[in-house]
Design a binder for this molecule. Structure first.
Ligand code: ADP
Length: 470
């Protein structure tokens, strides 16, 4: 049973910041209050004792007189009831006790002190009471002849201190109780918004990322408001990633189904009846072209899927970007010639980047091929490599082609986006998406500018490689 209780306490302790905060707060308040109570108690007892000592001195002054014969005697002036006064001979015997009913024996160290001419102040017990005692020598002609002892009961002081302790014993727990309730209230007020965030977060199902924390939660500029805003921002990013992924999967299935359906119907038509060898060959060639396109689409999809899964490990090395551009242009010359497009390259020397050669080549190839395919016969595609004023490597592919209408420009890097699917060059619509992914994987960027009927310019910006490759 005790074990269960202990476990329950531990779980409340670990699960609730509110409880922990309040308990820590109570510990601090308890320490402060105890210190305060101790200081008040000690301060009061010291000042009360100092007052008694002072009163004893005054009483001693007022209570002594000398007879005509020069003998010391007590003045018959009445002292308050809590005083006992006595005049003693140096051997401790009582000389004069006034009209009092009782007297205190002479304090133990009083005689020695009197012989040295010193007064003595001490506290002693007498019939169950505590007394503060002042014993001072009575001197005639510089020689002590008697001792005057004044004592005052400490009962009233003890009573005052007792009352104070009783008061503190009530006040400290009451204050602690109030502080605990206040602490719990404050902690609850401060943490309630976090509880609300937690409840909302728990209510957001995996399939429904469109929910957000209410405006009110994110409005305040404090810690909780910032937490809520961060949470909403994260939900927004998750939702858009989720939607993009869903769209991608839907697009990919669609893109794969269309060519496969076409190929199947093509096969059905051919197999309907016996054909001549030439017809079979034509059909097979057409099927081969379709299969090639399908393979390219699958490769593109794989490239993007790898990149999304961050499995795309770059084999980086120090590369001369100009040389790479020249190689690409050379490999694209046949296509350019076929389409009657002039393809040129102008590259500054020694512009080196730290990059994966195959991937970078794929990027430049995509851009140059797009340029050649979207430029009419007699047009020009110019590739250039230079260093920007901001010390970046810039590879530009400029064509005098058909251009991209401004409303399509912001979308050309999206997956499967084609400006005019009807006039599509047969591409997969993934080329520019892959190009941007490659540029970004190399800490670079890709930009596009276009004017319909004038031409299009793609510019890839990459960080320059250090003198020594890292
Ligand atoms: P695709 O494989 O269809 O070429 P891309 O992602 O490479 O796909 O390009 C997306 C779309 O951007 C293309 O369908 C085309 O309409 C347009 N585009 C790309 N490059 C050019 C260019 N140099 N000139 C005009 N339009 C272009």
């Amino acid at each position: 049973m005790r074990m269960i209780e202990r476990l329950r306490l531990a779980s409340v302790w670990s699960r609730s910041i509110r409880v922990r905060l309040t308990l820590w707060y109570l510990v601090i308040v308890l320490l402060v209050l105890s210190l305060f109570a101790a200081l008040v108690y000690v301060g009061l007892s010291r000042s009360l004792r100092a007052e008694i000592d002072h009163a004893l001195g005054l009483a001693a002054q007022r209570s002594l007189a000398f007879s005509a014969s020069g003998q010391p005697q007590l003045l018959p002036r009445a002292l308050p009831a809590d005083y006992i006064i006595g005049l003693y001979a140096l051997d401790g015997s009582v000389l004069d006790a006034g009209r009092q009913r009782e007297w205190l024996p002479l304090a133990p160290r009083a005689i020695d002190a009197a012989l040295q001419g010193r007064p003595v102040l001490l506290t002693l017990e007498h019939v169950g009471e505590t007394w503060r005692v002042l014993a001072q020598p009575v001197a005639v002609g510089g020689r002590a002849i008697a001792i005057l002892q004044v004592a005052r009961s400490e009962e009233s002081m003890e009573e005052a201190l007792e009352q104070l302790s009783e008061l503190l014993l009530v006040l400290v727990p009451t204050t602690l109780l109030l502080a605990g309730a206040g602490g719990l209230f404050l902690a609850k007020r401060a943490l309630d918004p976090i509880d609300r965030i937690t409840r909302t977060a728990a209510g957001i199902g995996a399939g429904d990322l469109s929910q957000r924390l209410p405006e009110g939660a994110t409005a305040s500029p404090d810690e909780v408001g910032r937490l809520a805003a961060t949470f909403n921002g994260m939900l927004h990013r998750l939702e858009s990633a989720f939607l993009r992924q869903r769209q991608f999967t839907a697009d990919a299935s669609h893109e794969l189904r269309t060519p496969v359906t076409l190929m199947l119907s093509q096969l059905d038509v051919v197999l309907e009846r016996a054909r001549s060898p030439e017809e079979y060959e034509r059909a097979l060639r057409s099927l081969r072209d379709d299969t090639w396109r399908l393979r390219r689409l699958l490769e593109d999809l794989l490239t993007l899927a790898r990149a999304d899964a961050q499995q795309d490990v770059l084999q980086r090395e120090r590369l001369d970007l100009g040389e790479l551009a020249e190689q690409v242009v050379e490999s694209m010359q046949p296509l350019a010639t076929e389409r009657n497009v002039r393809l040129t390259v102008r590259a500054e020397r020694d512009i080196c980047v730290f990059a994966d050669q195959a991937r970078l080549m794929q990027l430049v190839l995509n851009l140059v091929e797009n340029g050649v395919r979207h430029t009419l016969g007699g047009g020009l595609v110019a590739v250039s490599v230079e260093r920007t004023p901001k010390s970046l490597a810039a590879l530009t592919v400029r064509d005098t082609g058909i251009g991209i209408p401004p409303e399509h420009l912001p979308h050309v890097f999206e997956r499967f986006y084609r400006v005019d699917p009807a006039r599509s060059s047969g591409g997969t619509g993934l080329g520019l998406a892959i190009s941007r992914q490659i540029a970004e994987a190399h800490s670079g960027a890709i930009e596009v500018q276009s004017e319909v009927g004038e031409g299009t310019t793609f510019c890839v910006l990459l960080p320059l490689a250090m003198e020594e490759a890292p």
